[in-house]
Design a protein around this ligand. Structure first.
Ligand SMILES: Cc1ncc(C[n+]2csc(CCOP(=O)(O)OP(=O)(O)O)c2C)c(N)n1
Ligand code: SF4
Ligand SMILES: [Mg+2]
Length: 355
């Protein structure tokens, strides 16, 4: 199947398999010039005040802070219930922009109402076009993967013009760190506690939210990490040119739930990228491109840095479980590497950041 990318006029080849768009051969990958070259290019303006009720070292909050530096202040945040609703203590909130709270199930419906209201006001010339606001849904992984998935799918189908930022701390953190369908295999939550009967902890595999979204054909999607602010900023900048749904999923290291020292959030996000368990990628009109190529550090370096994986190492090392986690990473990356599926560590990518 062939398609023309309207923003680059390059031809893309989609290699359809029986299940649809699952296999995408990356051909003639096109890298537009990045706006942000290094950390110094990122604005020093802050759009969210410090001293909020969130935990110190909250990785998701850092990602949000970076995102707002690109999005600016002409924004309405539609915040589904979760940790980040604690940002507001009624009637105050720490944002320069507007903020609205919704129930977990319906943030995209709230976003639709705001978008429609803005469009009507602009049409009636009660709001100037240049004063238009970006509508940004802000949700945790529990909302994004479970409780709010239905209304998200509906908004995607309506091609709602909005941003969707999911901070993925891989559990229902706000209510005491219960397992969500984004909780990774082998980790411990307060509802998947390892014991004699089940030494693994979480026995299920994490849902693939990126692929769920991609099946809806939104114009822009990306994964991001607070440890990679330049990559994050470039993705928000790039997304601005697309009308329609724009997804961002950030890894959100959570000191209290993942059980690590709150000074280590950025280091843990970086390890997630370096081991390959958190691929940094984007998809423009469904075509996936990885923006950072990992060093493929052994996954143990990432697991050992967080006490939620403690049971995999003590009192006995659960070698089989660790191997499954490592193999899942290799299985994920293999199609994106060159033809011979031999040794993932020896693969070389051209023209990419190797992290
Ligand atoms: C339908 C519904 N079920 C349960 C709750 C209780 N609740 C409030 S916040 C929350 C956790 C949300 O998890 P997530 O979306 O991952 O955000 P996080 O708390 O991790 O920031 C839950 C379960 C709710 N508000 N609504
Ligand atoms: S519990 Fe985790 S996600 Fe929630 S505010 Fe604290 S660090 Fe952030
Ligand atoms: Mg969560």
């Amino acid at each position: 199947m062939r398609d023309i990318d309207h923003h680059t006029s390059r031809e893309h080849n989609y290699n359809l398999n029986r299940s649809g768009w699952n296999t995408i051969m990356i051909k003639n990958v096109n890298m537009k010039k990045s706006v942000y070259k290094n950390f110094k290019d990122i604005s020093q303006d802050e759009h969210i005040a410090p001293g909020t009720a969130l935990c110190s070292g909250c990785g998701g909050l850092l990602a949000l802070r970076l995102a707002l530096k690109v999005l600016g202040e002409k924004v309405v945040i539609v915040n589904a219930a979760g940790c980040f609703t604690l940002l507001s203590v009624y009637p105050f909130n720490p944002f320069r922009s507007s903020w609205m709270y919704t129930a977990m199930a319906c943030a995209p419906a709230g976003a639709q109402g705001i978008r429609d209201a803005l469009d009507i006001l602009i049409k009636k010339r009660k709001v100037k076009k240049e004063d238009d606001l970006k509508v940004v849904v802000l949700t945790g992984d529990g909302t994004a993967n479970d409780i709010g998935l239905q209304s998200t799918s509906a908004a995607l189908q309506r091609n709602l013009d909005f941003y969707y930022l999911c901070y993925d701390n891989e559990a229902y953190s706000n209510t005491g760190f219960q397992m969500s369908s984004a909780t990774p295999f082998g980790s411990k939550t307060n509802t998947s506690v390892p014991g004699c009967v089940n030494p693994v902890g979480t026995a299920q595999k994490k849902k693939d939210l990126f692929e769920i979204w991609r099946a809806h054909r939104p114009p822009y999607m990306a994964t991001i990490a607070p440890s990679h602010p330049v990559d994050l900023s470039n993705k928000f900048k790039k997304a601005a040119q697309f009308k329609g749904p724009k997804l961002f999923i950030t890894i959100a290291p959570c000191p209290s739930g993942w059980s690590f020292d709150d000074s280590k959030s950025v280091a843990i996000a970086k390890l997630a990228v370096q081991t390959g368990i958190w691929p940094l990628k984007e998809a423009v009109h469904g075509e996936v491109e990885h923006t950072v190529i990992p060093k493929f550090k052994p996954i143990e370096t990432y697991l050992m840095a967080q006490n939620r994986y403690d049971h995999l190492f003590h009192p006995v090392k659960q070698v089989d479980v660790i191997r499954v986690i490592q193999e899942d990473i290799e299985h994920y990356w293999q199609p994106y590497l060159t033809e011979k599926p031999v040794n993932i560590k020896r693969r070389i990518f051209n023209n990419k950041t190797v992290e």
